[in-house]
Ligand binder design. Sequence first.
Ligand SMILES: [Zn+2]
Length: 290
Amino acid sequence: MRRTVHGDLMPELPEVETVRRGLAPVMEGAVITLAEVNRPNLRWFLPERMAERLTGRRVIGLRRRSKYILADLDSDETLLIHLGMSGRMLISGVMLGQFHHSHPAPQKHDHVVLHMDSGARITFNDARRFGAMDLMPTGGAHPLLVGLGPEPFGNDFNGPYLEGRIKSRRTPIKSALLDQRIVAGLGNIYVCETLYRARISPLTLAGDLAESAAHGLVPIIREVLAEAIEAGGSSLRDFRQANGELGYFSNQFQVYGREGEPCETLGCMGTIARTVQSGRSSFWCPVCQR
Ligand SMILES: [Zn+2]
């Protein structure tokens, strides 16, 4: 049995990609007729004259890099969006599926509101303000993006690359996979799920992994992320029918959050354990993960 975990979790690559896919139909090609910026800062200060620099600009494309959404504008600037812990992007005022969502009244924590010429309104709501937005030259460097490792689905991320990056490391494989300089976008949940599926203990030192095991992690990481993106797509359709809200969605995990439950691996009699590593919980099966 799998179970669904709802929670206030840090979005990882699949969640951010889901939000990007939800926003693309109402943002790509549309003009921001009015940008409202309701406070000077989120996690950091918002860029100078942000509302002026967004208003009147057409969104040429919506990309994702790691856990960041990047909206390329026709002004040769790119709007960088980071959801942080509690950031949500809400869409209102457009036909979503067969349901029409009227514009809700502004709410507390509606920090940035983008009115699109399509009639859509996109609201960034973030109660805890760990999120971030910034403007950068399109194609330019941004401090949050500099030094990020390759995208998990990109050609630069492959077996020999990963093996080369971890073979001399004396840190646990768990920490190595969380290192954004090695691979971008993975967080605690999907690293736990990946190591479970690979049957590798999160405590194994990265440098002790056999070459074949290191190579084998690449397709497993992609599989875990692709399944989560697919689940996000389903949840997105549900959300659209519910209230047009994009952001966190429930997901199905095999080990994450399942301490004390039986291991799902066929024939394994183990019980899922939780071990704290570098201050974060690792969920794993001590019997089948070696
Ligand atoms: Zn097991």
